[in-house]
Write a protein that binds this ligand. Structure first.
Ligand SMILES: Nc1ncnc2c1ncn2[C@@H]1O[C@H](COP(=O)(O)OP(=O)(O)OP(=O)(O)O)[C@@H](O)[C@H]1O
Length: 310
């Protein structure tokens, strides 16, 4: 568990992070969401001491991080950034093995682990193990970055816009891969994003920040249906998907289907509520009912695509 207590970062007169108090739940993904410049990255980097706070403290497993050496701390915490930072002269396997090698772990065990991780992120080890970063697409390099962060099996993972700079299709693939990995590994993840859609889809919890302060901490459902402040309502209101769903029913987005394969919901439920139920259930679809009978399937992508330009 990671706990921020009165965390503060001051740059001259400016407070980039202002008295932030937060507990990131164990085994869950928390999305740090908010507009550009609100302090998301600064907050993330204070957790692994890439940035030193000017006030307050960070506790990891109850231990004050000021009492740990920064290098030691960083080895225990996986870190994924958008500019992946793979070592260009090392091949994929060597990149993934960086931390286990640094820790002097058994070479054979590491080689097996590298292959497992490459499979987990959807890269065939036979094909990719020996490739150099320059031979990878952006999406493949991001996958290697995720595998590398998982290689030392850290209980904590910090991710800064990990799927940014990818085209929408590659981004969605990698988001799905991440969801599948997380279902298996249950890491405690803090993920910075400015993308509402991504925070709703991947976050078990969302911490919405504004000007260095916390506006709301809650489940995606909490933020959509119970915004704590006008800022939260307005920020989520900017999301194209949520805007398109306003005033419409779930039935308008369903595909006819008489089988009952998913959690159920009445077909005349309003579409925003249906979205929040989908997020809460963590499934890809819901079965819609009329008079207790299945009439259709509401798939996540149908709701999301409502907000995308044709
Ligand atoms: N080294 C620095 N010196 C001075 N000001 C800084 C420094 N780093 C960040 N800031 C300021 O602190 C504030 C928070 O920056 P931060 O990078 O944490 O925001 P962010 O929410 O991650 O933004 P973005 O989504 O654009 O990356 C910004 O106003 C930024 O200009």
């Amino acid at each position: 568990m990671i706990e921020l207590q009165h965390l503060e970062k001051r740059y001259g007169p400016q407070l980039a992070v202002d008295d932030l108090n937060l507990v990131f739940p164990e085994g869950q993904v928390t999305a740090l969401l908010g507009p550009s410049g609100c302090g998301k990255t600064t907050t993330l980097r204070m957790i692994n001491r890439l940035i030193e706070p000017t006030g307050g403290r960070v506790l990891i497993g109850g231990q004050d991080t000021r009492n740990l050496r920064p290098e030691e701390l960083r080895r225990r915490i996986g870190y994924v950034i958008q500019q992946i930072g793979l070592f260009p002269h090392l091949n994929v396997a060597q990149n993934v093995a960086t931390v286990p090698d640094l820790l002097g772990q058994d070479r054979n065990a590491t080689a097996r682990r590298v292959d497992e991780l490459l499979e987990l992120v959807g890269l065939d080890p036979e094909l990719y193990r020996a490739k150099k970063p320059s031979e990878l697409s952006g999406g493949q390099a991001q996958r290697v970055g995720v595998a590398r962060a998982l290689a030392a099996d850290p209980p904590l993972l910090l991710m800064d816009e990990p799927f940014g700079a990818l085209d929408p299709l590659a981004r969605e693939h990698l988001q799905n891969a991440f969801r599948a990995i997380q279902r298996q590994l249950h890491k405690t993840v803090v993920m910075v994003t400015h993308d509402i859609d991504e925070a709703l889809r991947l976050g078990d919890r969302i911490a919405l920040m504004n000007a260095g302060r916390l506006e709301q901490f809650g489940t995606p459902d909490d933020l959509i249906t119970r915004p704590a402040t006008p800022f939260v309502r307005e920020f989520l209101g900017e999301d194209a998907t949520l805007r398109q769903l306003a005033g419409r029913t779930a039935a308008e987005f369903m595909t006819p289907q008489t089988a009952c394969s998913w959690p159920t919901l009445p077909a005349d439920t309003d579409a925003r509520t249906a979205l929040s139920v989908l997020l809460r259930e963590g499934t890809d679809a819901l079965t819609l009912l009329r008079d207790g009978q299945p009439v259709g399937e509401l798939i996540w992508s149908a709701l999301r695509d409502a907000g995308r330009a044709p």
